[in-house]
Design a binder for this molecule. Structure first.
Ligand code: NAI
Length: 739
């Protein structure tokens, strides 16, 4: 039976006239129905979200309408209790259907959708019977707002259980009553912590944060939910601490919270992300003036926010991320029990090995140098034991996944994936990989984390190049979500797919790129860093240059980023880039000079900035150290002009990469991959959609004119106009695809 607004569901009443035990009545409607409602002989109603074959259960408008029909009918004939569940242990609901909202242009459509969700969950919240959300798998966004409208939330300890409100990350707010119900459940400060950060938590953390009343073993979820819905058992009553009650339910308390949160938002996200301030004001309205007033503001805000370019850019990045994750589709079972063999226990090897262990995969970390291994073991053990989000048994579980060794003949198990992260030297890398390949089965994949050597050149030294690939993690590995997968000429498709699946298993977002110097990310990043150095050399201040990038939305400025990368690494990369691409990649000598002065950047507490105090500050003596003129000779430049120069230096290289086919699987969304790569790998502001989206907004002819102007102003080939910009300035085409 298809359920629609006009066609009420025919449910079998349970509480008043229960069917005999052998006649369980199911309302599993026709295959088109997106829900099923089953009445049990004991009087309980079980509402299952989604059909059995649905992989991700989203709250589409149609499903919300079906829910509305079900809840209205349950109001008329209430069951003894209601349990809401997903269609399998891995799925409750992923929240609102983003496909439906991604292209919304009319704010009123957003308002209407929010009002529908609010109406449906108000119906659920006012049912005159126990209501239990039996959560297993993702229960996020609108899905969690539905769970919040239940009287009891129970979750399974299933590894895929994930609970929270990530809407802020899409530039919107929880708009189905979540901004009203969560503060009342856990108190305003904890609710703000979840909503403003867009947090999603695993089962244990969700329980600790008060989002659910209980966690149970997955196989007990159903029986426990039934006992609670039948009121044969009770959950421990939850309540707010005196402090939380004061902060949530008194005008003075709320004022204190509001003032502190406003300052925090200002400091952390600035003006570019309007959603956090809106969420704060809506939460306060709800607590000041009641649920209905709060929800009215929620709906209004959804309409306004959902149609902003910022939100649409964030939703696009979300979809691009999902697309990138799907590169490894089909190889999930190949990597499920994979053992990592990471060679080289330096900065990168240590970080890469930890991603294996933290994701439950065994890993051998091997170094030629016994001291390097001892240090890596020590650092790793300390870091994991200090990890407050892990219980002590989880910490031990992670540490048990490790084998640290300096032995050449270390024990080897089956199903291995090798990643070499030894020194950046072709012959050392080749020797390491060949020695290992002699010991490992002929199916093993070998990856290199090289940042500057050619994958094709390395492949020539490898027995079976079809199983050889580049897997470029970024530093610091734990924080950087991107992994570049570099396809060599001989790399097989199977090797690419398994490597992408492994990247995903390790919690990373893979993009596939070609084997060109700098690959994709360093190639686009280099001109940006070179431009910053050039402006600095011409007399513009660190504050102006870095301030321009931060005002644009980058997490830090390019000169600070150079310090983070390390001037030793930066000068090494810049030599390779200039050799490969010529004058337009010529860098200044800043990094080389700082290396000679032993000021490597953050790691030596001194670079362009000084890191010895709590807050890093640009060094007062930096011009003298670099031998630059101390009197600024440069013509005045606004922050906006500086930002434009930095960004256009990056745009011209990104357009070359697009047109040369450096990014993306063949025929895949290359522009999208470049946008995603710049957001995940460079920190390009996500709300601007990535470098090529930014370029498309500017238009090719405006970019060409600005580049010509900058070229003349600075006499620098950094601003040469590439063919792809020249031709698009004539054709009017955007940067959405290669030419
Ligand atoms: P590192 O110098 O910190 O560590 C290299 C380690 O390799 C040392 O512990 C050394 O003892 C070990 N090693 C040298 N020869 C070995 C051999 N024959 N067998 C086993 N171990 C050996 O270097 P880092 O920074 O970790 O870089 C490693 C690789 O990762 C390089 O290819 C580098 O280009 C790449 N990379 C580095 C990034 C960074 O920011 N540091 C970022 C991305 C990639």
């Amino acid at each position: 039976m298809h359920v629609s607004d006009t066609e009420p569901l025919k449910t079998t009443p349970s509480s008043q006239s229960q069917p005999p035990a052998d006649q369980q009545t199911s309302l599993h409607a026709t295959p088109e129905s997106l829900l099923s409602l089953e009445h049990l002989p004991n009087g309980l109603a079980i509402l299952t979200l989604g059909q059995t074959q649905e992989s991700a259960i989203a709250l589409s408008e149609r499903r919300l309408k079906e829910l509305s029909t079900v809840f209205s009918q349950l109001h008329q004939q209430p069951p003894i209790g209601l349990i809401i569940q997903g269609n399998r242990p891995e799925m409750f609901t992923v929240g609102v259907d983003l496909f439906a909202i991604r292209h919304l242009t009319d704010p009123q459509e957003g308002v209407r959708l929010a009002q529908l969700g609010q109406h449906v969950f108000d119906l659920l919240a006012t049912l005159p019977c126990p209501t239990v959300a039996a959560i297993s798998g993702p229960c996020v966004g609108g899905g969690f707002e539905m769970a919040l409208a239940c009287k009891i939330r129970l979750c399974s300890d299933h590894r895929s259980t994930l609970i929270g409100l990530p809407e802020i990350k899409l530039g919107i707010i929880p708009g189905f009553g979540g901004c009203q119900r969560l503060p009342r459940l856990i108190g305003v400060t904890k609710a703000l912590d979840i909503i403003l950060a867009g947090k999603t938590l695993g089962a244990k953390q969700a329980f600790a944060a008060g989002l659910v009343n209980e966690i149970v073993a997955t196989h007990h979820l159903k029986t426990r939910a039934e006992s609670l819905a039948l009121q044969k058992a009770n959950v421990k009553p939850s309540g707010l601490s005196i402090k939380e009650r004061f902060l949530t339910y008194t005008a003075l308390g709320r004022r204190i919270v509001k003032n502190a949160t406003e300052k925090m938002i200002e400091k952390k996200v600035g003006a570019y992300y309007p959603a956090p301030s809106r969420a704060l004001s809506i939460i306060m309205t709800g607590l000041d003036s009641g649920h209905a007033a709060g929800q009215a503001h929620e709906a209004q805000a959804i309409g306004e926010l959902i149609t902003t370019p910022e939100s649409q850019a964030l939703v696009r990045i979300f979809f691009l991320t999902e697309e990138a994750k799907s590169i490894g589709k089909g190889a999930e079972s190949d990597v499920r029990e994979m053992n990592g063999i990471v060679i080289g226990a330096g900065v990168m090897g240590e970080g890469i090995a930890e991603t294996f262990a933290r994701k439950g995969l065994s890993v051998t970390l091997k170094d030629i140098n016994a001291t390097a291994i001892a240090n890596a073991k020590n650092n790793t053990t300390n870091r994991i034991r200090k990890s407050s989000s892990l219980s002590s048994s989880e910490q031990e579980g992670i540490l048990d996944k490790y084998t640290f060794t300096a032995e050449e003949a270390f024990p080897i198990s089956t199903n291995n994936f090798v990643i070499e992260a030894v020194v950046e030297n072709l012959s050392v890398k080749a020797q390491v990989l060949n020695a290992l390949s002699a010991r490992l089965p002929a199916t093993t994949i070998f990856a290199s984390n090289t940042s500057s050597l050619s994958i094709n050149a390395m492949a020539e030294t490898i027995a079976d190049p079809s199983r050889f690939i580049g897997m470029h993690f970024f530093n610091p590995v734990a924080k950087m979500p991107l992994v570049e997968i570099i396809r060599g000429k001989a790399t097989s498709e199977k090797t690419i797919v398994i490597t992408a699946a492994l990247a995903r298993k390790l919690g990373k977002v893979p993009i596939v790129v070609e084997d060109v110097p700098g690959f994709l990310i360093n190639r686009i990043l280099s001109p940006y860093l070179n431009c910053a150095a050039m402006l600095f050399e011409k007399g513009y201040s660190v504050q102006l240059i870095d301030g321009a990038a931060v005002s644009f939305g980058f997490p830090m400025g390019p000169l600070r980023l150079l310090d983070e990368i390390g001037h030793d690494v930066a000068s090494h990369v810049s030599v390779i880039m200039e050799e490969a691409y010529g004058a337009r990649m010529k860098s200044s000598n800043i990094s080389q000079t700082l290396v000679r002065a032993k000021a490597l950047g953050k790691k030596s507490k001194l670079g362009i900035y000084n890191y010895s105090a709590n807050v890093a500050a640009p060094r007062g003596d930096i011009r003298e150290v670099l031998g630059f003129s101390t009197t600024a000779a440069a013509a005045p430049m606004t922050q906006q002009k500086v930002a434009e120069a930095l960004l256009l230096s990056m745009v011209q290289e990104a357009v070359r990469c697009l047109d040369e086919g450096v990014a993306g699987q063949p025929s895949a969304n290359a522009a999208g991959q470049i946008d995603l790569g710049t957001v995940m790998g460079i920190g390009f502001p996500a709300f601007r959609g990535g470098i090529l989206s930014y370029a498309s907004v500017l238009t090719a002819s405006a970019i060409k004119n600005k580049l010509l102007f900058l070229r003349e102003e600075f006499a620098s080939p950094l601003f040469d106009v590439p063919v792809g910009i020249e031709s698009r300035s004539v054709s009017g085409k955007s940067f959405a695809e290669p030419i």
